[in-house]
Design a protein. Structure first.
Length: 289
């Protein structure tokens, strides 16, 4: 059976702009897998939003992320590309981050060059660390991974601070340091996306944030440009947030779910989503010792 790390490496290497839907918990990951997606993106912003009820401003810890990765890894079989933020410190911290997240079930780690505490890549007011500091962090990640196919995806947020060419130059240096793929965050046009894809030798990651800075070109166009994958990190979260607000508002105002019943998953659908039949089978198997 192919290792998840090798599967993820293969997916990125195809450069077919494979869509990675994001999950902040095991339930969203189960839905993504059930729908036939080839991988799950474990979203740091989503975990901050859904677990802490806080914005993506560097408040989550390595332990919290690792616990979520372990739970999601138990829930699905597809590979997990994990948002590891800045590695939670310097190059030495990155050594521990790789060990912990690889053990938790990550098939790939996305690490970035923002100053800690980091911010969402589509927020204003970001800063990046000196390039040499980021290169040391990448080298630490590459040196530490036990599985050579664990994908190290190096992200730069320099586009918004230093300009596009500087961001591309940074990404090139990250490739030389050992990154398996790179991710120039928050380009603002189709032309910029095309320049990124044509300028860098390893698979590229695009990040489509609904309401964010990067245009949504559609998978076909991203594939023509040669991107390895396209992240839709929080589409599930945003859909759930809107639906939850509408349903709960109706319940509060009307005292009933009657007017919003068509927006609710049925009881049976809910149980199927969490694999209850599998647990029923286990119960029957082990009943009575």
């Amino acid at each position: 059976m192919t290792k998840p790390t090798t599967t993820l490496k293969t997916i990125l290497g195809r450069r077919e702009a494979t869509i990675f839907a994001g999950a902040a918990n095991g339930l969203f990951a189960r839905i993504i897998e059930d729908l036939g997606y080839e991988a799950v993106y474990v979203t740091g912003a989503g975990i901050a939003n859904m677990y802490l009820g806080a914005p993506d401003i560097g408040l989550t810890t390595l332990t919290e992320i690792a616990n979520h990765v372990a739970a999601i890894s138990d829930a699905v079989a597809v590979p997990l590309l994990v948002d590891a933020d800045t590695g939670f410190g310097n190059a030495v911290n990155m050594v521990r981050t790789v060990k912990v997240l690889e053990r938790a079930g990550a098939a790939g780690l996305q690490i970035e060059d923002q100053v800690f505490p980091k911010k969402c890549g589509h927020f204003d007011g970001k800063e990046v660390v000196p390039l040499q500091e980021m290169l040391a962090t990448i080298k630490a990640a590459v040196d530490t991974r036990r599985d050579g196919d664990l994908q190290i995806v190096a992200r730069t947020d320099a586009r918004a601070i230093l300009g596009l060419q500087a961001a591309i130059d940074r990404a090139g240096a990250m490739i030389e340091a050992g990154a398996d793929a790179t991710f120039v965050e928050a380009p603002t046009s189709a032309e910029e996306l095309a320049q990124i894809a044509s300028s860098l030798s390893v698979p590229q990651v695009a990040n489509v944030v609904f309401g964010g800075k990067t245009p949504e070109l559609g998978r076909e166009k991203f594939a023509e440009l040669g991107f390895g994958c396209v992240l839709y990190a929080n589409a599930a979260l945003q859909a759930a947030l809107k639906a939850s607000h509408e349903v709960l508002a109706a319940l509060k105002q009307e005292g009933s779910l009657a007017s919003v019943a068509d927006r609710l998953a049925g009881f049976d659908i809910r149980q199927q989503a969490v694999s209850k039949p599998k647990y029923d089978a286990l119960e029957r198997r082990y009943r009575g010792g």
